[in-house]
Ligand binder design. Structure first.
Ligand SMILES: [Zn+2]
Length: 328
């Protein structure tokens, strides 16, 4: 029995997002309306259906997708926006830790703090040692490169604690293009890095960010690829290209270095937003791959859908965890 783990989920509450972020969400939603509407009419409703500081929504989505566990990633937006959220970053991390305590057999978490905040590395250590964080979420689009001096204490702490960093990576925003991890990993070969979104987050047809991610992960032993959220950016409309990319990752990086996730909650009240089809494709790669001339084994699927994440996060084998939970 193999683990099925969502390495990349989120959890939100109204006080966790700085005002400009909520306004951006309203502007994006307003533009999608036909005819477009005034964003101010949408702003009061921003976040409805997505806010859940209890973690219950995350568990509901895991159940819908038949997944065992999800890993909540904390994002610190405030310095990038120049405005603090209503809640402090300490409160946001503490709230996430509490949700994980509510659901210890379903949720895990990566703490997150802008590395430019004073004492960031010390807080990282405390969240791991005292609150059970399994890793660190880095969000370079807020205005720093992975190789900037401000990130070094976080990197060194991650190595010392032997936990991974999951970094948001994407094409088109210089700070978070995956190629920047190449020089970091050369300097810190023991650092475990998960390249979030595997360099995509632009229309799916573009490949350069993703190719950078593949190159960095192929070169450096401790770099993993996380193709989270591709299902929202066009991957489901170009399944042959998706299958080709998964096969390129498998053959050049290795099935043992691909992890999977959804970036949920993305649908209102946890509704399916394409993630059901996304998981269907990954689960059925041996069959669907064959239609397009690519070979995938059940072992590849098991590794990519959860066993790699379990190894990285030091979980016991699933059988053992189930027995322990039943006996407790
Ligand atoms: Zn994310």
């Amino acid at each position: 029995m193999a683990w099925v783990i969502d390495i990349h989920t989120h959890m939100w509450d109204y006080g966790w997002l700085p005002e400009p972020h909520k306004m951006n969400m309203a502007i994006r939603a307003a533009k999608r309306r036909r005819p477009p509407v005034d964003p101010m009419t949408i702003r009061p409703r921003v976040g409805n259906g997505f806010m859940d500081p209890s973690g219950n929504l995350n568990v509901k989505i895991l159940d819908r997708l038949g997944m065992d566990m999800g890993v909540i990633q904390v994002v610190d937006w405030a310095i990038g926006y120049g405005v603090e959220a209503d809640n402090t970053i300490d409160e946001i991390n503490a709230g996430t830790a509490q949700a994980v305590r509510n659901h210890p057999d379903r949720l895990m978490w990566f703490c997150g703090i802008d590395p430019r905040r004073p004492g960031a590395a010390e807080k990282f250590e405390r969240w791991v040692k005292e609150d059970g964080a399994k890793g660190f979420k880095l969000y370079p689009p807020m205005g720093y490169y992975p190789w900037d001096d401000c990130v070094k204490p976080i990197i060194e702490k991650a190595i010392e604690l032997d936990v991974p960093i999951l970094s948001h990576t994407q094409a088109g925003v210089s700070w978070c293009e995956p190629i920047h991890w190449g020089q970091v990993c050369r300097q810190y070969p023991d650092l475990k890095v998960i390249l979030g979104h595997a360099g995509v987050e632009s229309p799916f047809f573009s490949t350069y960010g993703w190719e950078q991610a593949v190159i960095v992960a192929a070169r450096h032993e401790n770099v993993y690829l996380d193709p989270t959220e591709w299902h929202l950016w066009g991957a489901l409309k170009d399944v042959p290209e998706l299958i080709r990319r998964i096969h390129v990752m498998k053959t050049n990086v290795g099935a043992e270095k691909v992890v999977n996730g959804t970036d949920n909650p993305l649908g209102r009240d946890g509704a399916d937003n394409g993630d059901g089809e996304w998981m269907f494709i990954w689960r059925n790669l041996p069959t669907i791959g064959r239609w397009f001339g690519y070979t995938f084994t059940q072992e590849d699927v098991d590794l990519m859908l959860g066993e790699n994440a379990a190894r990285l996060l030091k979980l016991p084998p699933k059988e053992q965890a189930r027995q322990a939970a039943a006996g407790a």
